[in-house]
Design a binder for this molecule. Structure first.
Ligand code: UDP
Length: 238
């Protein structure tokens, strides 16, 4: 039959911090618009794209718990922070003429669709950019784990983790000049050496589902489309 081959699908995890730009808190509008332009380029090159966005630029449950707040309550506040970021990203993506849906793991029917896996798949097949908000919907998890979970559910070919560094290093490159960037690591390397890439739950989930992870610097304009063309720098975890 004349069926089209299935399109490739990528999940991009955008940390809350990536939205701050050079600021120390909140959201830098220009940075959000630039990331949206990068997403648009990847969509126009033929990929189906979905996003998981973090909330660390606004609120983190763990940091609040360290100051005495109830952890679960803080985590719910953190999940709401991701919804704020999702709405700002949606606005910027629509500015790029990309049809976009926000799907929230926590019911919020006035501003976002509820997350329903099969409906999300349908959105993606229609070429819409789906932003997954509110993490997994559960406290004690992170948006990295949400990213691995949604990527597995959407049967993505690859999970891209956008950070402030251009990959995984042997030491902190900001403090140790001898630090080297790894080209490739196994999931086990990351787990057993406790490399700070993503939390162990996220890495385990990716490993079980044979989902390759690519860590790259999303703070670098144009890096997302470049990485999708196979151009470095980045670290691949397989
Ligand atoms: N969070 C949560 N469950 C999830 C995802 C996130 O409780 O499934 C909360 C948690 O408090 C976290 C905050 O939301 O600190 C913001 O997410 P995260 O720290 O992962 O954001 P990022 O570091 O990517 O900006």
């Amino acid at each position: 039959t004349g069926e089209m081959p299935p399109r490739k699908r990528v999940l991009l995890k955008v940390s809350g911090e990536a939205l701050m730009g050079s600021g120390a808190y909140g959201v830098d509008q220009q940075t959000v618009e630039r990331i949206a332009a990068d997403v648009a380029e990847v969509v126009r090159s033929g990929w189906e794209v979905c996003l998981v966005v973090g909330g660390g630029n606004i609120f983190r449950g763990l940091a609040a718990a360290a100051k005495g707040m109830d952890r679960a309550q803080g985590d719910y506040a953190g999940m709401l922070a991701t919804v704020i970021n999702a709405l700002l990203l949606q606005n910027a993506l629509e500015g790029q003429d990309l049809p976009t849906r926000v799907m929230s793991a926590i019911g919020m029917s006035a501003i976002a669709e509820p997350y329903i896996r099969r409906r999300a798949v349908r959105h993606m097949e229609k070429g819409r950019v789906v932003i997954f908000a509110a993490g997994t919907g559960n406290p004690f998890f992170t948006t990295d784990t949400a990213a691995a979970l949604r990527a597995a559910e959407m049967e993505c070919d690859v999970l891209l983790k956008g950070t402030q560094v251009d990959g995984v290093y042997s030491a902190d490159p900001k403090h140790d000049p001898s630090a080297v960037r790894y080209e490739e690591l196994t999931y086990m390397d990351v787990l057993s050496n406790q490399l700070s890439v993503m939390d162990a739950a996220a890495i385990s989930l990716a490993r079980e589902n044979r989902l390759p992870i690519i860590v790259f610097n999303i703070g670098e304009p144009g890096s997302f489309p470049r990485v999708m063309r196979g151009e470095g720098p980045f670290t691949r975890i397989i």
